[in-house]
Design a binder for this molecule. Sequence first.
Ligand SMILES: [Zn+2]
Length: 384
Amino acid sequence: MQFEFATATRIVFGEGSFKRIGGLTSEMGSRAFVACGLDRQRGEAIREALFSVKLESILFSVQGEPSIDLVYQGTAMAREAGCDVVIGFGGGSALDCGKAIAALLTNPGDLLDYLEVIGRGKPLTEWSAPFIAIPTTAGTGTEVTRNAVLGASEHRIKVSLRSPRMLPRLALVDPELTYSLPPGITASTGLDALTQLIEPFVCIQPNPITDAVCREGMRHAARSLRRAYDQGDNPSARQGMSLASLMGGLALANAKLGAVHGFASPMGGMFPAPHGAVCARLLPFVMEANLMALRKRLPDSEALSRYDEAARILTNRVDATAEDGVAWVRDVCQHFTIPPLSAYGLAQSDLKVLVEKAAQASSMQGNPIKLTADEMEEILARAL
Ligand SMILES: [Zn+2]
């Protein structure tokens, strides 16, 4: 057995931990560049917290998933202002934008030198500038991953800037920051977190540490997902989802993903569809298709017993089978009224192209069984 496990240098978790941001940042630099989601009030709150420990800061607003241009802009601004520490504060978009800017601040040359697929895919040679990730949603887990997802709109795809040198210096996870998330975002991001716990657990290359993390993370998600949606201000539900999200990030960064993410990546490039919403819709259909394909072509696969185990954790029933797990996920999706993929513009006529692109996606290579083009199209048709 051989594996690696790498994560953020430091993880600080807990209700109210955001208040420590001043002291924690001053250990890493003297001038902070803050890539911040839309909430202006929050932007001001972090500026004040930094100012109280005599740190200067620059606020940079990130709307929607970050484009390559936005990263260029942010990097130029951070350089000009002499920033030596970067903070990403918001949902996955703000965090990924900050993470990419921190990487470009220290690495010479152009972003395209380092991008996969549309760029030259060279490895980063320098460690990123110190990067602090403060999530305000509970889903992406990007606070502990080594990649940043960026939109290349002219190519209609999303690409990753990826390197172990991009792992955040600090993940500051304060569940209180998620109390005000509206139910719709709680639902889609929460199901993304669940997907990021199930896919690494059944993938072709799990390891004993990600297994332990996935089991515990699924337990938290099972207990907290519905409650966080029904009662947004329930502290224990929000805490459970922040933990599930964090653990999903730990797992996906150190094992593999699967078909849900294999579809979500090209789909997100082709249509303006939020990542979490796409994953949420696809999850039960992919689970079902994987089970059928495994039983037909790989009946001895360990993934089958792993699906059974996941079902026991999710349903909290010792006699649950893999199918009960699918039913549990389907019930949750129904309760959350997750929209079909057609809501984002996907049509029957797009399915073949999407299947072709998904087959190439790196996440698809982690799926417990190689799905045929027909099986993949069937999944999309059902999720349409
Ligand atoms: Zn995801």
